[in-house]
Design a protein around this ligand. Structure first.
Ligand code: NDP
Length: 296
């Protein structure tokens, strides 16, 4: 029997609908409109697409969207001054600085200038520390989306063996922390891991965040496991451009119990979770209860 396909597109639509319903209630009952500010420096084409999509999704759920497009030559002082202004603006509940920044800007310095309470990407060092110590934080959007799908599929995750392949600060590490927070037994694998296939094969939950097209094959998957494919790789096959994950979908789906496709799996959840984080930040800022099921 083939694996159940976890439909991230449908799940993300449901998350956005829940966010929109909560936003409508906030407006009606409290007169509050959650606001997300997105800062884009430079003309990177991929970043421009992401920022456009974020703007459209923000408006669609009824939030206020504040876009700040700065030239590639923008200096650090100017960018930091804008962040200070957004930190102080009560209409702005979430701030996202689109990465990567042009080379002359220090990303760490810029990200750490954002008020941690408004850091809806969850990259501020305070949020990293809070997550690592199991405290309430802003959680990075991609791993949060993976966690939501896993909770939905499994119910409780406690006691399951989870293997996260990849140890980046934006995906692998926070993913591992979140799974640990849900009492999984967590292994983090990376480029120096010995016998990766054997390590992966122990996983009830296998998360691939490697950035290598179709590297995780069916032989590396435990029968019945849940496979979450974070990878987004653009390749050319038979003369055509194609988007593939870090998992070799066909061979893994033949063995797994459930699997996320690429496209249509983790990807759509990332923006949905950005909106969920903005709503959470807005509720916290106003001392209101947090939206249920939309946080870690
Ligand atoms: P990084 O390049 O920052 O990290 C990749 C990780 O994979 C590293 O920890 C690296 O190990 C590990 N790795 C590389 N090669 C191997 C190997 N042969 N065996 C085992 N581990 C290996 O990538 P990101 O975490 O930023 O992204 C991972 C993937 O997820 C990419 O395809 C990216 O496009 C995608 N992505 C998707 C998002 C979404 O919205 N769906 C959002 C963010 C990312 P080491 O540390 O030892 O070098």
């Amino acid at each position: 029997m083939g694996a159940k396909v976890i439909d991230g597109k449908a799940f993300a639509a449901d998350v956005r609908a829940r966010v929109a319903a909560h936003v409508a209630r906030l407006k009606e009952e409290q007169g509050i409109v959650p606001g997300l500010a997105v800062v884009l420096v430079g003309e990177d084409p991929a970043s421009q697409v992401y920022v456009r999509n974020k703007h459209a999704s923000t408006i669609e759920v009824g939030m206020a969207s504040f876009e700040h497009r700065l030239s590639a030559e923008t200096g650090e002082a100017e960018l930091l001054a804008l962040i200070d202004k957004l930190n102080a603006d009560p209409a702005v509940h979430g701030i996202l600085v689109q990465l990567p920044l042009p080379g002359h800007l220090n990303s760490e310095l810029v990200i750490n200038r954002i008020d941690p309470a408004k850091d809806v990407d969850g990259f501020h060092i305070s949020n990293v520390g809070l997550l690592g110590t199991g405290q309430k934080s802003m959680v990075p959007c991609t791993p949060l989306g993976c966690l939501m799908m896993l909770r939905d599929h499994h119910g409780k995750l406690a006691g399951l063996n989870a293997v996260v392949v990849g140890r980046s600060n934006i995906v692998g590490k926070p993913m591992a922390q979140l799974l640990l927070g849900d009492s999984c037994t967590v292994t983090i694998a990376h480029s120096r891991t010995k016998d990766l296939a054997e390590v992966c094969k122990r996983a009830d939950i296998l998360v691939a965040a490697v950035g290598r097209p179709e590297m995780i094959t069916g032989e590396m998957v435990k029968p019945g496991a849940t496979v979450i494919d974070v990878g987004i790789n653009r390749i050319e096959r038979d003369g055509k451009a194609k988007l593939v994950g870090d998992v070799h979908y066909d061979s893994a789906a033949a063995v797994a119990g459930a699997i996320t496709p690429v496209p249509g799996g983790v990807g759509p959840m990332t923006i949905a979770c950005l909106l969920a984080n903005t709503l959470t930040a807005c509720c916290r800022a106003n001392g209101l209860p947090e939206p249920e099921g939309l946080t870690a």
